[in-house]
Design a protein around this ligand. Structure first.
Ligand SMILES: Cc1cc2nc3c(=O)[nH]c(=O)nc-3n(C[C@H](O)[C@H](O)[C@H](O)COP(=O)(O)O)c2cc1C
Length: 246
């Protein structure tokens, strides 16, 4: 197996960091890799806000369900879909179509993943923070984000502290990848996966995502996760930022 495959197959989120900072060289390399990511029609509709101010970091942690690693990580970067740049270049284009938000969200996601992979390749670790969207209006204000910019996900990066967490099992290939046509849910395979996850969380409760309150299987908390992820204010917020009107 080559080094890239080995790295990717050994991914686990890291939520515990030493206080060692990244070198400027490490930071620059992670940024360069992120910035070289594919971009829809080369629109380059992503900006990263790097949070270096301690007080601001604390405030963002509080707005993001008090996840402590936001403060502990050496680096905390917020990936934003950003059409403000494009809008200034082409002010006549109507950006209210939801497709623009899809474009920016996808570009931000793959850029963040390349940043995380680059960090992991240097022996660093990290975790995404979708929790930054829990109080997105306030976050938008404190980051001074203009219209046509939406913060989508945070990324903690740092030197891992303690043991590397065990790999978190994923759904089997036959439930995720289909030949030619979509396939119905296979209940039996789901039960097998569920048991695998129950076993995993039984041994490693600290690896549960921050929304998982009980150590249980996968299907047990899907409903809970979906419920918590709803964010009913989101459409109004996106409209205010100039997106998703049509
Ligand atoms: C978009 C996105 C947002 C996430 N947000 C959070 C978060 O706010 N807090 C957290 O602890 N983990 C967060 N995670 C990490 C996931 O919980 C984690 O990737 C998942 O449980 C699988 O674990 P693994 O990455 O260790 O394999 C997020 C992951 C993604 C892709």
């Amino acid at each position: 197996m080559n080094n890239t495959l080995e790295l990717l197959l050994n991914h686990t989120s890291i939520r515990s960091f030493t206080n060692q900072p990244l070198t400027e060289g490490q930071r620059d390399e992670i940024f360069k890799v992120a910035n070289q990511t594919s971009s829809f029609s080369l629109l380059q509709a992503v900006s990263i806000i790097r949070i270096t101010d301690k007080e601001l970091r604390k405030k963002i942690m509080q707005l993001s369900a008090n996840q402590p690693y936001i403060e502990d990580a050496a680096e905390f970067w917020i990936f934003c879909a950003d059409f403000n740049r494009n809008h200034q270049i082409a002010p006549k284009i109507d950006l209210e179509y939801i497709e623009y938000l899809l474009i920016g969200s996808f570009d931000a996601g793959i850029m963040a993943q390349n940043a995380l992979t680059a960090a992991e390749s240097m022996g660093l670790g990290g975790v995404y923070i979708g929790g930054i969207r829990l109080n997105i209006t306030e976050l938008t204000e404190i980051l001074n984000l203009p219209k046509h910019v939406v913060p989508l996900v945070g990324l903690c990066i740092g030197h891992p502290a303690g043991e590397k967490p065990e790999l978190k099992p994923r759904l089997p290939q036959s439930m995720v990848m289909f030949d030619n046509q979509y396939q119905p849910l296979d209940e039996e395979k789901l039960r097998t996966y569920d048991e695998q996850m129950r076993e995993y969380y039984r041994n490693r409760p600290s690896n549960a995502p921050f929304t998982v309150k009980k150590v249980n299987g996968w299907t047990d908390h899907i409903e809970d996760h979906l419920e918590r992820s709803r964010l009913p204010f989101m459409l109004e917020y996106l409209n205010k930022q100039g997106f998703a009107q049509k």
